[in-house]
Design a protein around this ligand. Structure first.
Ligand SMILES: Nc1nc2c(c(=O)[nH]1)N[C@H]1C(S)=C(S)[C@@H](COP(=O)(O)OP(=O)(O)OC[C@H]3O[C@@H](n4cnc5c(=O)[nH]c(N)nc54)[C@H](O)[C@@H]3O)O[C@H]1N2
Ligand SMILES: Nc1nc2c(c(=O)[nH]1)N[C@H]1C(S)=C(S)[C@@H](COP(=O)(O)OP(=O)(O)OC[C@H]3O[C@@H](n4cnc5c(=O)[nH]c(N)nc54)[C@H](O)[C@@H]3O)O[C@H]1N2
Ligand code: SF4
Ligand SMILES: [Mo]
Length: 745
């Protein structure tokens, strides 16, 4: 059999690297970087080639499963859907729509089908109980971006290829490969900044891998980035360093910000954050005086007590120093498909609104249509109207990824019915009654709808399935539509293709009905005919591309982008470097950048109250490892082999005080839980701070991940406290958790 080479985008992380996959029949003979990929130019990390092992992993589920008591039975797809049809409609009928909850996990943001089709299921369900990994992740940034610029994904990304000064807070892109910033090969990019005479400044309670590529690194006390950034804002005003330039006429609220920052002199800001006042001053001055500079914050600035304030202040500094929307600064991607900030009337919009409803038990506000995952357990446990009795998980492992994993696991076990759409029998899906397996990523088409809205270049790239999807198994878009049909009472025999035709028609009608759309006023039948014979995700993607900012507008711009064009360009299409987009990108009601949105500034008082608060004597933070991917690539031997990576990092002075040595077992305790974990003594972490990576703890009963079980580690989210959250976004606090540490008995 001949060897063939397929080019496709790696779906595992936000870097979206191009892979060159060689195959012989159904066998993978090699995976390397695609040198001609328009974005990654050959760069990959060790996880890309591990897709081969994921594809062949015998533990990866290929058949639906039904659990009877504690025994799993492989069943046909028909039987699996029939079982769901016996329970979900009944639960809805007896208890109302909110009785069925949905949890969407991280891989759904990397998966074309799961980006496009769960919407149909959610609409059919009409439940208020929608949860996702966003509230253990980037929700604070979406809230601040939404309020400042008008849409949730109008998140400025640092123009790393052209900047000369990059201030990074709470991100470790050399390990994570970047997040809310699609930029493969950050090591090369950071090095290039320094080689052209620029500076990279890193703010992190841990001297991370990224620190090795930075010009300088400063320890910060966890959770205090908002103080540090307020200090910078104060200096910018006090020393007349603000220069908005062309942004001036497009920005509202500058004086409000000035007034808010008045108290945060560098000396005042230095106390809580632990970064000396003169360093704060120098960074403010360097940022202001460097022509091309950008501030970038990620997980460490989001999953903390002041997540929204810190996320907001990152862009406040970008605006005040005149670096927003400028080459080498923090810029807006103009995505080829799917971006809300390329739809509607340019420069003005409805903006965003939160808190249209509250969670039932604790009264936490809804944000972008979802409730904080920290509420999930209590919404399952607490009786009354609207109690969650059934749960559908889609590509998520909340048992390991959400706060207070102990309580959540008990809650999951108490559900009346649970369906998991997943590829493993793991810590979460073991609680399900039915598991519906997705296909191998290599059997699915791919287009990174979400992540190319945040890329450091404008690109578009479609990957057809490397291997034909197996004929006897539905793709996940079909599974989603089947579930939608069951929820709508159409029964287990409903034809997902019919639902798909309905979905496509709806979207075509929406597109011709939108006044600012390039196909406004045209006949939806004509549009649907032009999309034929495509169906499923490819049909919807083609529609989005063709009505997008580079699209052919179904004939209006004959040279424009279509899915067919992408099919002819297997390494992707480069749509150019980022270009200034203000005011066109804005979708705020005022048509301006809202530098001081009242929702956000109302929270500054809470920050002020912590100015003199004594720091807890020990706090816990997380970290990532290059060969991990949250909780779910741990069943690949190549990635988990070697030294134990689930350890407690501890500074030597703390270790001495607590009489702990390298390799000893520590007992770490928080308000909600306790774990036993091996100690790794290192001066790469601040005194008073310890770190455990998340996504481990694979020793639960009843899972089927043999490799992961042999490298179990501990679940650090047994320690994360669901009572701690960022009030504006509902995001969980996963960094800066007060803990006590002692030698294990
Ligand atoms: N303490 C702490 N906790 C954290 C974090 C932290 O930094 N510290 N980080 C948080 C962040 S940023 C995130 S994004 C979350 C992630 O939280 P989750 O999304 O809940 O968890 P993952 O570990 O990504 O699990 C993904 C699940 O999807 C399944 N899966 C993989 N591919 C597919 C597919 O193609 N189809 C289907 N149906 N299923 C698939 C996997 O088997 C796995 O069960 O964790 C969060 N939790
Ligand atoms: N290899 C690998 N890559 C991944 C993932 C993975 O699990 N493994 N997960 C993917 C996902 S879902 C995401 S969201 C991204 C996340 O991407 P990143 O945000 O780059 O994630 P981390 O590597 O966790 O880096 C967060 C850093 O914040 C620091 N930190 C903790 N608390 C604070 C604080 O209060 N202030 C400051 N300034 N810093 C703090 C931590 O020490 C850590 O170095 O990574 C993605 N890429
Ligand atoms: S960096 Fe991310 S996208 Fe690139 S190969 Fe690794 S896992 Fe895949
Ligand atoms: Mo994430």
């Amino acid at each position: 059999m001949n060897e063939r080479t397929h080019f496709r985008t790696c779906p595992l992380c936000e870097a979206t690297c191009g892979l060159a996959i060689t195959t012989r029949g159904r066998e993978i003979t090699g995976i390397r970087g695609d040198d001609d990929d328009v974005l990654s130019h050959g760069y990959i990390c060790p996880k890309g080639p591990a897709l081969a092992a994921l594809d062949t992993d015998p533990d990866r589920l290929r058949t639906p499963m039904i659990r009877r008591d504690s025994t799993w039975h492989e069943v046909s797809w028909d039987d699996a859907f029939a079982e769901i049809d016996r329970h979900i409609p009944r639960i809805l009928k007896d208890n109302g729509r909110d009785a069925v909850a949905v949890y969407m996990g991280n891989p759904s943001a990397h998966n074309l089908q799961l980006m496009l089709y769960p919407r149909a299921l959610l609409r059919a369900l009409g439940t208020r109980n929608v949860y996702s990994a966003s509230t253990v992740d980037q929700m604070p940034k979406q809230v601040s971006a939404g309020l400042m610029f008008g849409t949730a994904l109008s998140v400025p990304v640092p123009d790393v290829d052209r900047t000369d000064y990059l201030l990074i807070l709470g991100a470790d892109p050399l390990v994570s490969n970047g997040s809310l910033m699609t930029a493969p090969d950050m090591k090369g990019k950071l090095r290039a900044i320094r080689e052209r005479g620029g500076r990279v400044v890193l703010i992190d309670p841990r001297r991370s891998r990224t620190a090795a590529e930075a010009s300088e690194h400063h320890f910060i006390r966890p959770g205090t980035d908002a103080h540090f950034l307020m200090g910078i804002v104060h200096v910018l005003f006090a020393e007349n360093l603000t220069k908005l330039g062309r942004l001036g006429e497009h920005t509202a609220g500058v004086d409000d910000v000035k007034a808010l920052a008045r108290d945060w002199t560098p000396d005042v800001a230095a106390r809580p954050c632990g970064i000396p006042a003169d360093v704060i001053r120098t960074i403010a001055r360097d940022l202001a005086r460097t022509e091309r500079a950008a501030v970038y914050g990620r997980i460490g600035t989001c999953t903390q007590e002041f997540g929204t304030l810190a996320s907001w202040l990152v862009d406040v500094v970008n605006v005040l120093t005149g670096h927003l929307d400028r080459e080498g600064g923090a810029m807006f991607t103009k995505a080829a498909a799917g971006a809300v900030n390329t739809r509607g009337v340019p420069g003005r919009g409805k903006g965003v609104k939160f808190g249209r409803r509250q969670s039932r038990v604790r009264g936490l506000p809804e944000v972008f249509g979802e409730l904080p995952v920290g509420c999930l357990a209590e919404e399952i446990e607490t009786p009354g109207d609207g109690q969650i009795r059934a749960l559908i998980t889609i590509a998520g492992n909340p048992a390991l990824s959400n706060p207070n994993g102990g309580r959540l696991a008990k809650a999951l076990a108490s559900l009346e019915f649970m369906v998991s759409c997943d590829i493993y029998l793991n810590e979460t899906t073991r609680h399900a009654n039915v598991i519906l397996p997705g296909l191998s990523p290599l059997e699915s088409p791919h287009y990174d709808l979400a992540l190319w809205q945040l890329a450091v270049r404008n690109i578009a790239n479609y990957s057809p399935p490397t291997f034909a999807p197996p004929a006897d198994r539905p793709s996940e878009w079909q599974t989603m539509l089947k579930l939608a049909a069951i929820v709508m009472g159409q029964g287990a025999d409903a034809d997902p293709n019919q639902v798909d035709d309905f979905v496509a028609r709806q979207q075509a009608e929406e597109a011709v009905g939108a006044p600012a759309s390039p196909i406004a006023g045209r006949d939806p039948d004509e549009i649907l005919a032009a999309l034929a014979p495509r169906r499923g995700p490819e049909r919807l993607l083609d529609l989005m591309l063709r009505t997008g900012p580079y699209g052919d507008g179904f004939g209006a711009k004959p040279d424009g982008l279509t899915l067919a064009v992408l099919e002819q360009n297997p390494h992707g299409v480069d749509l150019g470097a980022l270009t200034p987009r203000i005011p066109e990108v804005l979708r705020t009601p005022s048509g301006k950048i809202e530098l001081a949105p009242p929702t956000i500034t109302a929270d500054v008082g809470r920050l002020r109250e912590t100015l003199e608060r004594p720091a807890p004597s020990m706090v816990l933070i997380g970290r990532r490892d290059l060969r991990s991917n949250n909780s779910w690539m741990h069943n690949v031997d190549n990635l988990v082999r070697g030294k134990d990576r689930c350890t407690l990092l501890m500074h030597p002075t703390d270790a001495t005080r607590l009489a702990l040595d390298d390799g000893d077992t520590a007992c770490v305790r928080s308000r909600v839980g306790v774990v036993l974990v091996p100690v790794e003594v290192t001066d790469a972490i601040m005194p008073g701070v310890v770190s455990i990576p998340h996504g481990w703890g694979h020793d639960a009963e009843g899972t089927r991940m043999r490799v992961a079980r042999a490298h179990a580690g501990v679940n650090t989210n047994l320690l994360a406290d669901e009572a701690q959250f960022d009030p504006l976004s509902g995001n969980a606090v996963l960094n800066g958790i007060p803990v006590t540490v002692e030698r294990a008995a």
